[in-house]
Write a protein that binds this ligand. Structure first.
Ligand code: C2E
Ligand code: CA
Ligand code: CA
Length: 449
Protein backbone atom coordinates (compact mmCIF):
# COMPACT_ATOMS: atom_id res chain seq x y z
CA UNK A 1 0.00 0.00 0.00
CA UNK A 2 2.95 2.26 0.54
CA UNK A 3 3.78 1.79 -3.11
CA UNK A 4 0.84 4.02 -3.96
CA UNK A 5 2.42 6.90 -2.10
CA UNK A 6 5.13 9.14 -3.50
CA UNK A 7 8.50 7.65 -2.69
CA UNK A 8 10.96 9.60 -0.57
CA UNK A 9 12.63 12.21 -2.69
CA UNK A 10 16.36 12.72 -2.78
CA UNK A 11 16.25 16.37 -3.59
CA UNK A 12 18.61 17.46 -0.81
CA UNK A 13 22.21 16.55 -0.08
CA UNK A 14 21.13 14.40 2.84
CA UNK A 15 20.14 10.86 1.98
CA UNK A 16 16.73 9.71 3.12
CA UNK A 17 16.58 6.54 5.13
CA UNK A 18 14.43 3.52 4.44
CA UNK A 19 11.61 4.62 6.75
CA UNK A 20 11.93 8.33 6.24
CA UNK A 21 9.48 10.62 4.46
CA UNK A 22 9.21 14.36 4.05
CA UNK A 23 6.77 16.28 6.24
CA UNK A 24 4.02 16.34 3.59
CA UNK A 25 4.55 12.75 2.63
CA UNK A 26 4.16 11.67 6.22
CA UNK A 27 0.88 13.56 6.67
CA UNK A 28 -0.41 11.96 3.46
CA UNK A 29 0.76 8.59 4.65
CA UNK A 30 -1.16 9.08 7.90
CA UNK A 31 -4.33 10.11 6.02
CA UNK A 32 -3.98 7.14 3.75
CA UNK A 33 -3.56 4.70 6.63
CA UNK A 34 -6.51 5.94 8.66
CA UNK A 35 -8.78 6.16 5.62
CA UNK A 36 -8.22 2.60 4.55
CA UNK A 37 -9.18 0.86 7.73
CA UNK A 38 -12.06 0.80 10.18
CA UNK A 39 -10.40 -1.03 12.98
CA UNK A 40 -6.68 -1.62 12.78
CA UNK A 41 -4.82 0.60 15.25
CA UNK A 42 -2.45 3.31 14.09
CA UNK A 43 -0.37 5.53 16.36
CA UNK A 44 1.05 9.00 15.80
CA UNK A 45 4.11 9.75 17.88
CA UNK A 46 5.71 13.17 18.24
CA UNK A 47 9.18 12.99 19.64
CA UNK A 48 10.92 16.16 20.79
CA UNK A 49 14.65 16.31 21.38
CA UNK A 50 15.27 18.78 24.13
CA UNK A 51 18.90 19.42 23.39
CA UNK A 52 19.00 19.55 19.65
CA UNK A 53 18.23 23.26 19.30
CA UNK A 54 20.87 24.36 21.70
CA UNK A 55 23.47 22.10 20.23
CA UNK A 56 22.71 23.65 16.92
CA UNK A 57 23.19 27.13 18.37
CA UNK A 58 26.61 26.32 19.70
CA UNK A 59 28.00 23.79 17.28
CA UNK A 60 26.27 24.91 14.12
CA UNK A 61 25.04 22.89 11.18
CA UNK A 62 27.44 20.03 11.64
CA UNK A 63 25.85 19.12 14.94
CA UNK A 64 22.37 19.12 13.39
CA UNK A 65 23.61 16.87 10.65
CA UNK A 66 25.42 14.53 13.06
CA UNK A 67 22.37 14.32 15.29
CA UNK A 68 19.99 13.74 12.40
CA UNK A 69 22.29 11.08 11.07
CA UNK A 70 22.42 9.43 14.48
CA UNK A 71 18.65 9.46 15.04
CA UNK A 72 17.99 8.29 11.47
CA UNK A 73 20.32 5.33 11.82
CA UNK A 74 18.81 4.45 15.13
CA UNK A 75 15.20 4.67 13.94
CA UNK A 76 16.02 2.70 10.85
CA UNK A 77 17.19 -0.14 13.04
CA UNK A 78 14.22 0.02 15.39
CA UNK A 79 11.17 0.53 13.20
CA UNK A 80 9.08 -2.16 11.56
CA UNK A 81 8.85 -2.30 7.78
CA UNK A 82 5.52 -0.52 7.66
CA UNK A 83 6.45 2.37 10.02
CA UNK A 84 7.33 5.80 8.69
CA UNK A 85 8.73 9.02 10.17
CA UNK A 86 9.66 12.54 9.17
CA UNK A 87 11.71 15.33 10.69
CA UNK A 88 9.25 18.15 11.34
CA UNK A 89 12.10 20.36 12.52
CA UNK A 90 15.62 19.91 13.89
CA UNK A 91 14.28 18.96 17.28
CA UNK A 92 11.02 17.27 16.34
CA UNK A 93 10.39 13.92 14.71
CA UNK A 94 6.93 12.60 13.89
CA UNK A 95 6.38 8.86 13.54
CA UNK A 96 3.38 6.99 12.15
CA UNK A 97 3.02 3.37 13.21
CA UNK A 98 0.22 1.65 11.27
CA UNK A 99 -1.26 -1.86 11.59
CA UNK A 100 -0.77 -2.23 15.33
CA UNK A 101 -2.64 -5.13 16.87
CA UNK A 102 -3.67 -2.83 19.72
CA UNK A 103 -2.94 0.65 21.05
CA UNK A 104 -0.69 -0.60 23.84
CA UNK A 105 1.86 -1.49 21.18
CA UNK A 106 2.48 2.21 20.61
CA UNK A 107 3.69 2.51 24.19
CA UNK A 108 6.11 -0.36 23.71
CA UNK A 109 7.44 1.33 20.60
CA UNK A 110 7.86 4.63 22.45
CA UNK A 111 9.71 2.94 25.32
CA UNK A 112 12.00 1.18 22.90
CA UNK A 113 12.84 4.38 21.05
CA UNK A 114 13.29 6.39 24.26
CA UNK A 115 15.59 3.88 25.86
CA UNK A 116 17.84 3.87 22.80
CA UNK A 117 17.82 7.63 22.32
CA UNK A 118 18.46 8.30 26.00
CA UNK A 119 21.93 6.87 25.70
CA UNK A 120 24.59 9.54 25.40
CA UNK A 121 26.69 9.56 22.26
CA UNK A 122 29.55 11.54 20.84
CA UNK A 123 28.85 14.07 18.10
CA UNK A 124 31.69 16.23 16.84
CA UNK A 125 33.81 15.28 19.84
CA UNK A 126 31.17 16.37 22.34
CA UNK A 127 29.14 14.14 24.60
CA UNK A 128 25.51 14.63 23.62
CA UNK A 129 22.32 13.68 25.40
CA UNK A 130 19.22 14.42 23.45
CA UNK A 131 16.77 13.94 26.31
CA UNK A 132 13.84 12.93 24.11
CA UNK A 133 10.22 12.74 25.14
CA UNK A 134 7.32 11.33 23.18
CA UNK A 135 3.64 12.17 22.89
CA UNK A 136 1.32 9.48 21.53
CA UNK A 137 -2.09 9.81 19.86
CA UNK A 138 -3.97 6.66 18.96
CA UNK A 139 -6.31 5.95 16.05
CA UNK A 140 -9.18 4.87 15.98
CA UNK A 141 -9.66 5.86 19.62
CA UNK A 142 -9.27 9.58 18.96
CA UNK A 143 -11.07 9.88 15.64
CA UNK A 144 -10.17 9.96 11.99
CA UNK A 145 -8.84 13.47 11.49
CA UNK A 146 -5.09 13.40 10.71
CA UNK A 147 -4.61 17.04 11.71
CA UNK A 148 -6.23 16.45 15.07
CA UNK A 149 -4.23 13.32 15.73
CA UNK A 150 -1.07 15.31 15.10
CA UNK A 151 -2.24 18.03 17.45
CA UNK A 152 -3.11 15.52 20.17
CA UNK A 153 0.32 13.90 19.84
CA UNK A 154 1.85 17.36 20.15
CA UNK A 155 -0.12 18.17 23.33
CA UNK A 156 0.83 14.76 24.73
CA UNK A 157 4.50 15.43 24.00
CA UNK A 158 4.35 18.62 26.07
CA UNK A 159 2.86 16.68 28.95
CA UNK A 160 5.52 13.98 28.46
CA UNK A 161 8.21 16.61 28.94
CA UNK A 162 7.38 16.83 32.64
CA UNK A 163 6.53 13.17 33.09
CA UNK A 164 9.09 10.88 34.65
CA UNK A 165 8.44 8.19 32.04
CA UNK A 166 9.10 10.72 29.30
CA UNK A 167 6.13 9.54 27.24
CA UNK A 168 2.47 10.34 27.43
CA UNK A 169 -0.55 8.89 25.69
CA UNK A 170 -3.10 11.56 24.85
CA UNK A 171 -6.44 11.18 26.60
CA UNK A 172 -9.50 13.37 26.03
CA UNK A 173 -9.28 14.66 29.62
CA UNK A 174 -5.88 16.15 28.79
CA UNK A 175 -7.79 19.12 27.44
CA UNK A 176 -9.15 19.64 30.92
CA UNK A 177 -5.73 18.97 32.42
CA UNK A 178 -4.26 21.71 30.30
CA UNK A 179 -6.94 24.09 31.54
CA UNK A 180 -6.28 23.27 35.15
CA UNK A 181 -2.58 23.53 34.46
CA UNK A 182 -3.13 27.04 33.16
CA UNK A 183 -5.13 27.86 36.27
CA UNK A 184 -2.02 27.12 38.29
CA UNK A 185 -0.39 30.37 37.24
CA UNK A 186 -2.99 32.35 39.18
CA UNK A 187 -2.65 30.02 42.16
CA UNK A 188 1.14 30.29 41.98
CA UNK A 189 0.93 34.07 42.05
CA UNK A 190 -1.22 33.84 45.19
CA UNK A 191 0.95 31.13 46.73
CA UNK A 192 4.07 33.27 46.46
CA UNK A 193 2.29 36.14 48.20
CA UNK A 194 0.71 33.90 50.84
CA UNK A 195 3.97 32.07 51.63
CA UNK A 196 2.47 28.72 50.64
CA UNK A 197 5.64 27.54 49.00
CA UNK A 198 8.48 25.81 50.78
CA UNK A 199 12.16 25.51 50.16
CA UNK A 200 13.70 22.16 51.05
CA UNK A 201 17.38 21.38 51.42
CA UNK A 202 19.32 18.43 50.08
CA UNK A 203 22.72 17.70 51.66
CA UNK A 204 25.89 17.79 49.59
CA UNK A 205 28.62 15.54 50.94
CA UNK A 206 32.39 15.66 50.68
CA UNK A 207 33.25 12.28 49.16
CA UNK A 208 36.52 11.96 51.13
CA UNK A 209 35.46 13.05 54.60
CA UNK A 210 31.77 12.17 54.47
CA UNK A 211 30.92 15.54 55.98
CA UNK A 212 27.95 17.54 54.81
CA UNK A 213 29.53 20.72 53.51
CA UNK A 214 26.63 22.35 51.72
CA UNK A 215 23.05 21.91 50.56
CA UNK A 216 20.93 22.62 47.53
CA UNK A 217 17.73 24.62 47.87
CA UNK A 218 14.85 22.95 46.01
CA UNK A 219 11.37 24.42 45.70
CA UNK A 220 8.31 22.51 46.92
CA UNK A 221 4.69 23.43 46.42
CA UNK A 222 1.48 21.74 47.42
CA UNK A 223 -1.28 23.54 45.53
CA UNK A 224 -4.84 23.80 46.88
CA UNK A 225 -6.54 20.40 47.06
CA UNK A 226 -3.29 18.75 48.18
CA UNK A 227 -1.99 18.71 44.63
CA UNK A 228 1.75 18.28 44.80
CA UNK A 229 3.19 20.10 41.82
CA UNK A 230 6.31 18.72 40.20
CA UNK A 231 9.07 21.32 40.78
CA UNK A 232 10.17 21.33 37.14
CA UNK A 233 6.55 22.02 36.11
CA UNK A 234 6.33 24.76 38.69
CA UNK A 235 9.46 26.46 37.35
CA UNK A 236 8.06 26.04 33.86
CA UNK A 237 4.80 27.75 34.78
CA UNK A 238 6.68 30.52 36.56
CA UNK A 239 8.81 31.08 33.45
CA UNK A 240 5.83 31.13 31.11
CA UNK A 241 3.82 33.50 33.28
CA UNK A 242 6.57 35.97 34.09
CA UNK A 243 6.66 34.99 37.77
CA UNK A 244 10.10 33.44 37.63
CA UNK A 245 12.05 36.49 38.84
CA UNK A 246 9.75 37.01 41.83
CA UNK A 247 9.84 33.30 42.63
CA UNK A 248 13.62 33.00 42.41
CA UNK A 249 14.22 36.03 44.60
CA UNK A 250 11.82 34.56 47.12
CA UNK A 251 13.72 31.24 47.01
CA UNK A 252 17.07 33.03 47.34
CA UNK A 253 15.92 35.03 50.36
CA UNK A 254 14.30 32.04 52.04
CA UNK A 255 17.38 29.90 51.48
CA UNK A 256 19.71 32.58 52.88
CA UNK A 257 17.42 33.12 55.87
CA UNK A 258 17.58 29.42 56.68
CA UNK A 259 21.34 29.30 56.09
CA UNK A 260 21.69 32.12 58.64
CA UNK A 261 19.41 30.22 61.05
CA UNK A 262 21.55 27.11 60.63
CA UNK A 263 24.73 29.10 61.29
CA UNK A 264 23.22 30.37 64.53
CA UNK A 265 22.82 26.79 65.77
CA UNK A 266 26.36 25.85 64.75
CA UNK A 267 25.61 24.35 61.34
CA UNK A 268 28.00 26.06 58.99
CA UNK A 269 27.19 24.89 55.47
CA UNK A 270 27.18 26.43 52.01
CA UNK A 271 23.96 26.94 50.09
CA UNK A 272 23.33 26.32 46.38
CA UNK A 273 20.44 28.07 44.69
CA UNK A 274 19.23 27.34 41.15
CA UNK A 275 19.31 30.37 38.90
CA UNK A 276 16.92 30.21 35.93
CA UNK A 277 18.23 31.61 32.62
CA UNK A 278 15.81 34.52 32.57
CA UNK A 279 17.35 36.08 35.65
CA UNK A 280 20.72 36.59 34.04
CA UNK A 281 19.06 39.23 31.87
CA UNK A 282 18.24 41.30 34.92
CA UNK A 283 20.97 43.92 35.12
CA UNK A 284 20.23 44.49 38.79
CA UNK A 285 20.87 40.87 39.74
CA UNK A 286 24.28 41.47 41.37
CA UNK A 287 22.85 44.22 43.59
CA UNK A 288 19.87 42.05 44.48
CA UNK A 289 22.11 39.13 45.45
CA UNK A 290 24.40 41.42 47.45
CA UNK A 291 21.40 42.90 49.29
CA UNK A 292 20.06 39.46 50.15
CA UNK A 293 23.46 38.39 51.51
CA UNK A 294 23.64 41.60 53.58
CA UNK A 295 20.12 41.27 54.96
CA UNK A 296 20.70 37.74 56.25
CA UNK A 297 24.36 38.20 57.14
CA UNK A 298 25.53 35.22 55.09
CA UNK A 299 29.12 35.47 53.77
CA UNK A 300 29.24 35.61 49.95
CA UNK A 301 31.59 32.61 49.91
CA UNK A 302 28.73 30.48 51.31
CA UNK A 303 26.48 31.06 48.30
CA UNK A 304 26.66 29.09 45.06
CA UNK A 305 24.39 29.87 42.15
CA UNK A 306 23.66 26.89 39.91
CA UNK A 307 23.27 27.81 36.28
CA UNK A 308 22.51 25.46 33.41
CA UNK A 309 24.80 25.16 30.45
CA UNK A 310 21.99 26.18 28.13
CA UNK A 311 21.71 29.47 29.93
CA UNK A 312 24.90 30.88 28.67
CA UNK A 313 24.38 29.94 25.07
CA UNK A 314 21.38 31.90 23.95
CA UNK A 315 23.05 35.14 24.90
CA UNK A 316 26.62 34.16 25.30
CA UNK A 317 28.48 37.46 25.61
CA UNK A 318 26.03 39.23 27.89
CA UNK A 319 25.59 36.14 30.08
CA UNK A 320 29.33 35.93 30.43
CA UNK A 321 29.50 39.56 31.51
CA UNK A 322 26.76 38.94 34.08
CA UNK A 323 28.47 35.81 35.42
CA UNK A 324 31.68 37.77 35.87
CA UNK A 325 29.83 40.49 37.77
CA UNK A 326 28.26 37.87 40.03
CA UNK A 327 31.64 36.28 40.57
CA UNK A 328 33.03 39.63 41.70
CA UNK A 329 30.64 39.51 44.65
CA UNK A 330 32.67 36.56 45.94
CA UNK A 331 29.94 33.99 45.42
CA UNK A 332 30.55 30.66 43.64
CA UNK A 333 29.05 29.53 40.34
CA UNK A 334 28.23 25.97 39.43
CA UNK A 335 27.37 24.57 35.99
CA UNK A 336 24.27 22.44 36.58
CA UNK A 337 23.21 19.46 34.45
CA UNK A 338 26.73 19.30 33.13
CA UNK A 339 27.33 16.87 30.31
CA UNK A 340 23.85 17.06 28.88
CA UNK A 341 24.52 19.82 26.41
CA UNK A 342 27.57 20.97 24.63
CA UNK A 343 30.28 20.59 27.19
CA UNK A 344 32.87 22.16 25.06
CA UNK A 345 36.34 22.94 26.30
CA UNK A 346 36.43 26.26 24.56
CA UNK A 347 33.44 27.43 26.54
CA UNK A 348 34.54 26.06 29.86
CA UNK A 349 37.75 28.01 29.62
CA UNK A 350 35.84 31.26 29.52
CA UNK A 351 33.20 30.48 32.11
CA UNK A 352 33.98 31.99 35.50
CA UNK A 353 32.61 28.87 37.24
CA UNK A 354 34.08 26.95 40.17
CA UNK A 355 32.03 23.78 40.03
CA UNK A 356 30.67 21.27 37.53
CA UNK A 357 27.56 19.39 38.52
CA UNK A 358 27.39 16.04 36.76
CA UNK A 359 23.85 15.36 35.67
CA UNK A 360 21.78 12.61 37.26
CA UNK A 361 21.33 10.97 33.85
CA UNK A 362 25.01 10.02 33.76
CA UNK A 363 25.19 9.11 37.40
CA UNK A 364 22.13 6.86 37.38
CA UNK A 365 23.63 4.17 35.16
CA UNK A 366 27.25 4.63 35.93
CA UNK A 367 27.93 1.13 37.18
CA UNK A 368 25.98 -0.56 34.39
CA UNK A 369 27.28 1.39 31.48
CA UNK A 370 30.88 1.70 30.33
CA UNK A 371 29.88 4.67 28.21
CA UNK A 372 28.51 6.57 31.19
CA UNK A 373 31.53 5.67 33.33
CA UNK A 374 33.82 6.98 30.61
CA UNK A 375 31.82 10.16 30.24
CA UNK A 376 31.89 10.83 33.97
CA UNK A 377 35.62 10.10 34.05
CA UNK A 378 36.15 12.55 31.20
CA UNK A 379 34.11 15.22 32.95
CA UNK A 380 36.03 14.77 36.21
CA UNK A 381 39.39 14.87 34.45
CA UNK A 382 38.31 17.91 32.51
CA UNK A 383 37.25 19.64 35.70
CA UNK A 384 40.58 18.88 37.34
CA UNK A 385 42.43 20.46 34.43
CA UNK A 386 40.45 23.62 35.01
CA UNK A 387 40.72 23.45 38.77
CA UNK A 388 37.00 23.00 39.20
CA UNK A 389 35.15 21.09 41.89
CA UNK A 390 32.94 18.24 40.68
CA UNK A 391 29.68 17.24 42.27
CA UNK A 392 27.58 14.25 41.20
CA UNK A 393 23.82 14.43 41.69
CA UNK A 394 21.38 11.54 41.97
CA UNK A 395 23.68 9.24 43.94
CA UNK A 396 21.34 6.57 45.21
CA UNK A 397 23.53 3.64 46.18
CA UNK A 398 26.84 2.61 47.60
CA UNK A 399 28.19 1.17 44.35
CA UNK A 400 27.69 4.52 42.62
CA UNK A 401 29.31 6.33 45.52
CA UNK A 402 32.35 4.04 45.46
CA UNK A 403 32.81 4.35 41.74
CA UNK A 404 32.56 8.15 41.88
CA UNK A 405 35.14 8.24 44.65
CA UNK A 406 37.47 6.08 42.57
CA UNK A 407 36.99 8.40 39.63
CA UNK A 408 38.04 11.37 41.76
CA UNK A 409 34.71 13.16 42.16
CA UNK A 410 34.73 15.72 45.00
CA UNK A 411 31.14 15.91 46.23
CA UNK A 412 27.96 13.86 46.03
CA UNK A 413 24.29 14.58 46.47
CA UNK A 414 21.48 12.06 46.39
CA UNK A 415 19.03 9.74 48.08
CA UNK A 416 21.90 7.61 49.44
CA UNK A 417 22.20 10.36 52.03
CA UNK A 418 18.91 12.18 51.97
CA UNK A 419 16.14 13.69 49.92
CA UNK A 420 15.59 17.41 50.15
CA UNK A 421 14.31 18.17 53.66
CA UNK A 422 12.35 20.99 55.31
CA UNK A 423 14.66 23.28 57.33
CA UNK A 424 13.87 21.77 60.73
CA UNK A 425 14.34 18.22 59.44
CA UNK A 426 17.60 19.27 57.83
CA UNK A 427 18.93 20.36 61.23
CA UNK A 428 18.01 16.96 62.71
CA UNK A 429 19.50 15.09 59.80
CA UNK A 430 22.72 17.11 59.94
CA UNK A 431 23.21 16.46 63.64
CA UNK A 432 22.57 12.75 63.31
CA UNK A 433 24.84 12.47 60.32
CA UNK A 434 27.67 14.36 61.98
CA UNK A 435 27.32 12.32 65.13
CA UNK A 436 27.42 9.05 63.20
CA UNK A 437 30.62 10.20 61.50
CA UNK A 438 32.30 10.51 64.87
CA UNK A 439 31.16 7.04 65.92
CA UNK A 440 33.72 4.50 64.70
CA UNK A 441 31.32 1.55 64.35
CA UNK A 442 28.13 1.50 62.28
CA UNK A 443 30.17 2.75 59.41
CA UNK A 444 27.88 1.27 56.78
CA UNK A 445 25.57 4.27 57.11
CA UNK A 446 28.55 6.45 56.30
CA UNK A 447 29.98 4.99 53.16
CA UNK A 448 33.17 7.00 53.16
CA UNK A 449 34.42 5.96 56.58
P1 C2E B 1 18.06 19.94 39.45
O1 C2E B 1 18.50 21.33 39.74
O2 C2E B 1 18.95 19.12 38.59
O3 C2E B 1 17.77 19.26 40.85
C1 C2E B 1 18.09 17.95 41.14
C2 C2E B 1 16.85 17.09 41.17
O4 C2E B 1 17.23 15.75 41.42
C3 C2E B 1 15.87 17.45 42.30
O5 C2E B 1 14.58 17.19 41.81
C4 C2E B 1 16.24 16.45 43.37
O6 C2E B 1 15.19 16.20 44.29
C5 C2E B 1 16.50 15.24 42.52
N1 C2E B 1 17.36 14.28 43.20
C6 C2E B 1 18.31 14.50 44.11
N2 C2E B 1 18.91 13.36 44.50
C7 C2E B 1 18.31 12.37 43.80
C8 C2E B 1 18.50 10.95 43.76
O7 C2E B 1 19.33 10.36 44.43
N3 C2E B 1 17.70 10.26 42.91
C9 C2E B 1 16.75 10.88 42.14
N4 C2E B 1 16.02 10.12 41.33
N5 C2E B 1 16.55 12.22 42.15
C10 C2E B 1 17.32 12.95 42.97
P2 C2E B 1 13.41 18.21 42.00
O8 C2E B 1 13.44 18.84 43.34
O9 C2E B 1 12.17 17.49 41.56
O10 C2E B 1 13.75 19.33 40.96
C11 C2E B 1 13.74 19.07 39.59
C12 C2E B 1 14.25 20.25 38.83
O11 C2E B 1 13.37 21.38 39.02
C13 C2E B 1 15.61 20.73 39.31
O12 C2E B 1 16.61 19.97 38.72
C14 C2E B 1 15.58 22.16 38.84
O13 C2E B 1 15.86 22.24 37.47
C15 C2E B 1 14.15 22.55 39.08
N6 C2E B 1 14.07 23.17 40.40
C16 C2E B 1 13.80 22.62 41.61
N7 C2E B 1 13.83 23.53 42.58
C17 C2E B 1 14.14 24.70 41.98
C18 C2E B 1 14.33 26.03 42.44
O14 C2E B 1 14.24 26.35 43.63
N8 C2E B 1 14.64 26.98 41.50
C19 C2E B 1 14.76 26.67 40.19
N9 C2E B 1 15.08 27.64 39.34
N10 C2E B 1 14.62 25.44 39.72
C20 C2E B 1 14.31 24.45 40.60
CA1 CA C 1 20.36 22.16 40.50
CA1 CA D 1 20.13 17.90 37.05
Amino acid sequence: MIGSLPLPTHQSKTTMMRHQLTHNQLVNFLRFEIDKTETSATAVLIMKLRRAKRLDAIMGDTSTQSINHYTDQLLDGLLRDSDRYAHFSDDQICLVLPNLSNNAQSILAAIKILSELHKPFIADNCPVMLRPHIGIANFPELGRDAGQLLMYADIASDIAATDEQQYHVYKPENYIKIESYSGLDIELGKAIKANELNVHYQPQINIQTGRCVSMEALIRWTAPGQRVINPATLIDIAEKTGLINTLTLWILNTALRHTADFMKVGIDVGISVNLPPKLLEDKELPQIVQQALDIWGVPASHLTLEITESLVIDNYESSLAMLSRLRELGIRLSLDDFGTGYSSLAYLKRFPVQELKIDILFVRNIHNSHEDTNLVRTIIDLAKNFNLTTIAEGVEDQATFDLLRDLGCDLVQGFLYSRALPDTDFIKWYRQHTLALQTPVGASANPQS
